[in-house]
Design a binder for this molecule. Sequence first.
Ligand SMILES: *[C@@H]1O[C@H](CO)[C@@H](O)[C@H](O)[C@H]1NC(C)=O
Ligand SMILES: *[C@@H]1O[C@H](CO)[C@@H](O)[C@H](O)[C@H]1NC(C)=O
Ligand SMILES: *[C@@H]1O[C@H](CO)[C@@H](O)[C@H](O)[C@H]1NC(C)=O
Length: 223
Amino acid sequence: MRPGQQIPIQHEQEARPLKRRHSASYYVHRARDSLTTRVSKIICGIFLTLLFIGGVAAFIAWLSLRPHRPRIHIRDFSIPGLDQPTGFDNAEIIFNITARNSNQAIGYYYDSVEALVYYRSQVIGSAPLVDSFYQEPKNTTILYKVLSGATLNMTSDLWTEFTKDRAVGTVVFRVDITGLVRFKVSTWDSKRHRMHTNCDVGVSPDGSILASYKNKRCPVYFT
Ligand SMILES: *[C@@H]1O[C@H](CO)[C@@H](O)[C@H](O)[C@H]1NC(C)=O
Ligand SMILES: *[C@@H]1O[C@H](CO)[C@@H](O)[C@H](O)[C@H]1NC(C)=O
Ligand SMILES: *[C@@H]1O[C@H](CO)[C@@H](O)[C@H](O)[C@H]1NC(C)=O
């Protein structure tokens, strides 16, 4: 900075006492002006604070009401006797799948929940799982089922296919859980939505679930 710049500032400071020699009405006017500015600043401040609090409240409400899809996990799956050449005679498919409602405030009504077990896009077993039920928030339902006999569509040809896969070390099946779901928020019920979940599950040559598939989360779709 140039030292000369300070001189005008000093002049201004000296000039100030002169400025104060205004009429009384000038000062009343100025005071009124600054009061208006201050009041409008306060109102503005209050308004912004309210807006902020409202925003935070809305955000919290949204967080707690934000709907989550059901969380479906495959806990266990087995086909005992997979290593027996004639195992299809008394074949069983045993699975344990959990469905969790992880919402804070949204309940689910489940209807017509069914399980279909696929092997290479062919249905090899199906069964209804549970009657209609209401699942409250933060609750987990276990869908455990043993499919056997008439619920299975197992043939010796199919079993031969399994045996071929078994030689490679993994037989992959797919479990599709379907159902109708309604959402309940307080006293409001949504319409029914069809839910699908596709769980690929691999079993080892002895027919028990492979560690890499255990507790896997299954994708859930609504149509
Ligand atoms: C199914 O899996 C859940 C979670 O791992 C477990 O708590 C439950 O005991 C299992 N049920 C059966 C019948 O195996
Ligand atoms: C889940 O719901 C069932 C039936 O309403 C109830 O018996 C059970 O205690 C609930 N579990 C939890 C963890 O809230
Ligand atoms: C059994 O499999 C056959 C051939 O894929 C199919 O046509 C039939 O609908 C299946 N039956 C059941 C009960 O899944």
